[in-house]
Design a protein around this ligand. Structure first.
Ligand SMILES: Cc1cc2nc3c(=O)[nH]c(=O)nc-3n(C[C@H](O)[C@H](O)[C@H](O)COP(=O)(O)O)c2cc1C
Length: 217
């Protein structure tokens, strides 16, 4: 296995880019959005998928992939049931980290921050924008094991019949917002002297302003 793994190329498709080391914007959030769109333009599948790491009350971390639904100047948004593992972990400990990797452009973004669920109106609005199958599938969410796959398929069919038009938003469906306090941009360079810029937000009683600095690769 070791030989096989070590023979797989890394950054084979990295092309020279115009990484901005100077003149970077004060706020990193719009740059995350810009990088998602650049990865999309380069053909990266699901460039808006990020891994989200949460930490439960016992301090054990867990991560999974989620779709980012929106980004504004302060927050990134995702949606999930509040009674899922991640939802319960965020309720116990709001600290999260998130991560994007886009092999098509040789870039990653690391995020540290806190997550919080938004109100019912925001969550229902998110739910209303989902496709019908996704809205029905949200009702399949349960805590605990599933006896077999046909049971889930039968329940999916039953839900479709029960809700021929509107699909109600499950009470636990929640739109969450991540408020980052750290954002780090990384871009591969063919010469292996990679680019790295770290942003950190002033979280004290100050202005909440962002500062950034160039980091060793
Ligand atoms: C590409 C991709 C996108 C996903 N998007 C979501 C999502 O937006 N919301 C969600 O609840 N789960 C999503 N999932 C499933 C989660 O990764 C995870 O399996 C599920 O939410 C249960 O996580 P938990 O048990 O840690 O709460 C996605 C999975 C993949 C691979």
């Amino acid at each position: 296995m070791r030989t096989r793994l070590r023979s797989i190329p890394v950054f084979a498709n990295v092309r020279p880019t115009e990484f901005r080391e100077t003149g970077l914007p004060d706020n990193p959030l719009p740059v995350i959005a810009e990088w998602i769109l650049a990865a999309d333009a380069a053909g990266q599948p699901e460039p808006h998928a990020m891994s989200l790491c949460t930490v439960g009350a016992s301090g054990v971390p867990s991560s999974r992939v989620l779709i980012v639904k929106d980004i504004d100047d302060d927050r990134l948004y995702f949606a999930t049931p509040a009674d899922s593992r991640k939802g319960r972990e965020i309720a116990a400990n709001a600290n999260v980290s998130a991560h994007f990797y886009w092999p098509a452009v040789g870039r990653q973004v690391r995020i540290v921050g806190t997550a919080a669920g938004l109100d019912r109106a925001a969550s229902e609005s998110d739910f209303a924008d989902r496709g019908r199958a996704s809205r029905l599938a949200a009702h399949l969410h349960r805590q605990g094991p599933l006896a077999d796959r046909p049971s889930a398929l039968a329940e999916f069919d039953r839900l479709g019949t029960a809700h021929p038009d509107d699909v109600p938003c499950p009470p636990s469906w929640t739109l969450y917002a991540i408020s980052p306090t750290e954002v780090e941009f990384w871009e591969a360079s063919a010469d292996r002297v990679h680019h790295r810029v770290a942003y950190r937000r002033d979280t004290g009683a100050g202005s909440g302003a962002w500062r950034h600095e160039l980091m060793w690769p």
